[in-house]
Design a protein around this ligand. Structure first.
Ligand code: BYC
Ligand code: FE
Ligand code: FE
Length: 485
């Protein structure tokens, strides 16, 4: 099938559901079918622990038509239809930015950009299974069947995102691509000798508050990076990412509403008990809810880890990828400048002699900073909505995104210590105050204690409010996961 002819409907006849005409490409089909058993082994070893036999009410992509691409139904996760899906081709699409701007998009990998493209695909691909590995123990402590189902939905879709990158590697990168696809199944989140590639994906996700923070912040890095790659002049990558973004929205919904429901429950319990002081930790915790300052400390941990994922503020890798037409800016197609950036500058916050200064640097070299700025704007929205919940409950507390220099390990601020407001601290000051910034062993112990599984249909743990609505219009007591069959 010619590229432009690919339909919106998905071929479900073979082992690998797809809309990329796999039946007409024997070499690729064989490569993917060879990779498939290793993937299933990886899923069974490293995917959701203890629920491989449970029936889960999941959505599966059956089309790429924006008006109706998913169907819902009960499946055992190892039987999930992980498909290879590309968003429809845009007719006569041209490269939207960089030095090839205006030329027809590439359907094959341009030789000169092969290494760059492969590196980006591998990094993107590596994060997807990493997150599944990080979340594999959470099923044991889910606060409800609704949340358990959402966890698994996110997990199977991250698995599909791995398929998406493996498809590109195996179709366009020959032997090297097949080797990279193998390696994607071999690295392990947090492994001493063979870890995942990026920092945040080797951290633990020890509890459900962390899970919601991760899906709110870190999946949002996924969104931003996918938006930038969706602009690519390499059209198969663009189309792959555009479809991945459709699924990504739900991951961030899970994160935003998860935190929001926790905040709601805490405020509600405080009000019922007549507690007005949000820092009355012992009293609030006695109610079986998570005090707001602890939620802030979790933000102070997950947000900087996610900022680190944008790389160095000033990066020649990013400049080269843009110039080449391989990785664009957030929603490049909606921007109205020259899309070449050869003459423009961009303000970058730097730390020089212990002072923050804004420096105007060549815009091409500041693209990581720019994407990070777009992320911060995007991430601020949900925090504002969490604060509305607190405000509505009449409690005097505000959640905030910490200063960009707080708790960083990559980039300009990795070498300094700063508090959440951006006050630069000495090592000694940091050590003296860190317990007020970041989750303490005591916070961890309290949260761990709360994490007891709730498996009754329609029941919720003490520390989280029920959702406003069910998934796929289902009623409140719907049994989203059938654990005993
Ligand atoms: N940890 O020139 P620089 C998602 C490395 S999330 C460790 O600034 P560049 C998802 C960097 O690799 C989205 N290392 O880098 C979310 C480089 O190493 P080499 C994932 C780091 O290339 C939730 C060196 O430092 N997708 O989808 O401009 C659940 C110099 O850095 C880190 C992508 O990231 C770090 N945090 O920018 C599931 C898109 N940061 O090559 C899924 C593809 C930097 O010199 N990747 N380094 O050895 C990229 O666009 C870029 O590689 C990066 C880094 C933005 C990550
Ligand atoms: Fe993903
Ligand atoms: Fe995601």
């Amino acid at each position: 099938m010619a590229d432009g002819m690919q339909g919106v409907d998905v071929d479900y006849d073979g082992l690998i559901p797809n809309n990329v005409g796999l039946n007409g490409d024997e070499r690729l089909k064989k490569a993917l079918e060879t990779w498939h058993p290793g993937y299933i082994d990886w899923w069974k070893d490293m995917g959701p622990e203890g629920f491989q036999e449970a029936l889960v009410y999941l959505r599966t992509a059956v089309s790429v038509d924006p008006k109706g691409w998913a169907k819902f139904g009960f499946v055992k996760m190892p039987d999930y239809k992980w498909g290879i899906l590309l968003a429809p081709a845009v007719p006569n699409r041209t490269i939207p930015f960089g030095k090839h701007k205006g030329e027809p998009v590439w359907q094959e990998v341009p030789g000169e950009y092969r290494a760059m493209l492969r590196r980006l695909l591998v990094i993107q691909g590596d994060t997807e299974p990493a997150s599944v590995e990080q979340q594999r123990h959470l099923g044991a402590t889910a606060p409800s069947l609704y949340d358990l189902r959402n966890l698994f939905q996110v997990n199977v879709e991250e698995g599909r995102h791995l398929w998406a990158m493996v498809y590109l590697l195996q179709k366009y990168f020959g032997t090297q691509g097949r080797e990279e696809a193998e390696e994607l199944l071999n690295r392990r989140s947090g492994h001493e000798d063979n870890p995942r590639m990026l920092g945040a994906f080797n951290e633990r996700t020890p509890d459900w508050l962390s899970f919601f923070m991760f899906t709110y912040f870190t999946d949002r890095d996924g969104k931003m990076q996918l938006e930038a790659l969706a602009q690519s002049g390499f059209d198969p990558l663009s189309r792959t990412c555009r479809f991945m973004l459709t699924e990504e929205a739900h991951h961030m919904f899970v994160g935003e509403t998860g935190v929001s429901r926790i905040v709601e429950r805490t405020c509600d319990a405080m009000n019922k008990a007549g507690i007005t002081d949000p820092t009355a930790t012992a009293q609030i915790r006695a109610l079986g809810v998570i005090d707001l300052p602890t939620i802030q400390r979790k933000i102070n941990m997950h947000y900087p880890l996610t900022l680190d994922l944008f790389g160095n503020e000033i990066s020649t890798n990013a400049a080269n990828a843009f110039n080449a037409g391989i990785k664009g800016r957030f929603r490049e197609d909606k921007l109205t400048d020259d899309h070449a950036l050869l003459d423009s500058t961009y303000p970058v916050l730097r730390c020089i002699d212990g002072q923050f200064v804004e420096q105007h640097v060549p815009a091409l070299s500041a693209l990581n900073m720019r994407l990070r700025d777009d992320f911060i704007t995007d991430a601020a929205g949900g925090v504002g909505r969490w604060n509305k919940v607190i405000e509505k409950a009449g409690i005097a507390f505000k959640l905030t995104l910490p200063h960009q220099a707080h708790n960083r390990r990559i980039g300009e601020f990795a070498s300094i210590k700063a508090d959440p407001t951006g006050q630069i601290l000495s090592e000694a000051e940091w050590v003296a105050r860190v317990d007020t910034f970041l989750p303490t062993p005591d916070d961890a112990a309290y949260i761990t204690g709360l994490m007891q599984p709730v498996h009754g249909a329609g029941d919720y743990a003490s520390w989280i409010a029920p959702p406003k609505a069910g998934i796929d219009g289902k009623p409140g007591d719907f049994e989203y996961v059938q654990i005993h069959e």
